[in-house]
Design a protein around this ligand. Structure first.
Ligand SMILES: *Cc1c(COP(=O)(O)O)cnc(C)c1O
Length: 370
């Protein structure tokens, strides 16, 4: 039975002011994550490994998943998996933190040292650093890279000395260019950052493809960490697992921000299998590097587009009309990633390295672009 409205009810006040919603202004101001999924045969838009986890390992992982109880919470901090990563990386277990993808760690690192403080990075940079800084209302400082995508060392050192500390984030190889800096430049920056009290994130998501490895530098610097992932060289992006290698003290602080039980039992079981059989990775990385060099060489001397050198599993092309190139590739069943239209990325598309057959299709399609 419905109640009659009380006679004295006042009509809602007409007002142009937006209703308060409780959503922070910083969140409202950030556009949704800029990614358009495509359903095409040749997918080169997310820098994934073109090969799935080897079939026999997948079968073993499924057996192990089935043997685990699903009614019980996983390990609080995935201790068994963390121990396996520690053995693989020759790193103390107390310095390993795992999350579902290293993107989550970037958010948590922004919580650790960015909120109410500063996030310092380059322009261009990996979009998640700037996205999280914006969402979490950190003060974001970006310094332009040099024209060849190398780090502006002197300007960064000046900023590290000048700005209120927080998180200093760079990727080696750089994303999205695949550029690798001189080790001395990175060392110089890490030392300056440590001296001024920054947490330094060395994002090594693609280090297998460049053959670089900053574990020794991290070991010697308590406020510096290496960020790593199973999403690229390991070919396990679908399982979502990233980790950081740091000193025990920094890891302990970071671990406080990781939600409890955040890596599920299925991912933990599969990753343990991968870490027991890491041999397949090296072969694939070698092919990826060979294919990258073959593709870059095949695009040399192209009449209109320029392929930029890279040491990662992806590279940039620069063209007079990137939208036309994007559409042309898509019409031939090849997806690549559009880039912002600013600074060094003007006219650029980012392209992942695929299987040899996929790369043949890419080369042929780009050459037909004229
Ligand atoms: C792909 C990528 C990652 C990995 O992200 P996940 O969340 O682990 O899949 C991290 N950093 C950079 C620069 C990347 O390109």
């Amino acid at each position: 039975m419905s109640q009659p409205a009380p006679e004295s009810a006042t009509p809602p006040a007409a007002s142009d002011a937006p209703r308060p919603s409780g959503v922070r202004a910083a969140v409202r101001a950030v556009p949704a994550y800029p990614y358009t999924p495509t359903d095409v045969p040749v997918k080169l838009d997310q820098n994934e490994n073109p090969y799935d986890f080897p079939a026999e390992l997948k079968a073993e992982a499924l057996r192990r998943m089935a043997a685990r109880p699903w009614n019980r919470y996983p390990d609080l901090h995935a201790d068994h998996l963390r121990a396996a990563i520690a053995r693989f990386e020759d790193w103390p277990e107390a310095g390993v933190v795992v999350t579902p993808g290293s993107n989550v760690l970037i958010k948590l690192l922004t919580e650790l040292g960015g909120i109410g403080q500063t996030v310092l990075t380059t322009d261009p940079t990996f979009g998640v650093y700037t996205l999280e800084a914006s969402l979490l209302d950190a003060r974001l400082v970006q310094l332009p890279l040099n024209g060849d995508f190398s780090l502006p060392v002197a300007a960064l050192k000046e900023a590290l000395a000048r700005e209120t500390p927080g998180v200093f984030a760079i990727a080696q190889p750089h994303a999205p260019s695949g550029h690798v800096d001189a080790e001395q430049a990175v060392r110089d920056l890490v030392e300056t950052a440590e001296a001024h009290g920054w947490v330094t994130v060395l994002d090594e998501a693609y280090h297998q493809y460049s053959g670089t490895d900053y574990r020794d530098l991290v070991r010697a610097h308590p406020n510096t960490l290496s960020l790593r992932t199973f999403s690229k060289a390991w070919g396990l992006a679908g399982l979502r697992l990233g980790y950081m290698l740091a000193g025990a003290e920094l890891a302990e602080q970071q671990q406080k921000l990781v939600p409890a039980f955040n890596v599920n039992v299925l991912t933990q079981a599969a990753l343990e299998v991968a870490l027991e059989h890491p041999g397949y990775v090296q072969e694939r990385v070698q092919e990826g590097v060979r294919e990258r060099e073959r593709v870059l060489a095949a695009l040399e001397g192209h009449p209109t587009l320029r392929a930029l050198p890279s040491r990662s599993n992806h590279f940039l092309i620069q063209t007079p009309d990137p939208q036309a190139a994007y559409r042309h590739l898509l019409s031939r069943g090849i997806s690549v990633r559009a880039q912002g239209n600013t600074h060094l990325l003007r006219g650029c598309l980012r392209i992942g390295i695929g299987t040899p057959a996929e790369n043949d299709a890419l080369i042929e399609t780009l050459n037909a672009l004229g």
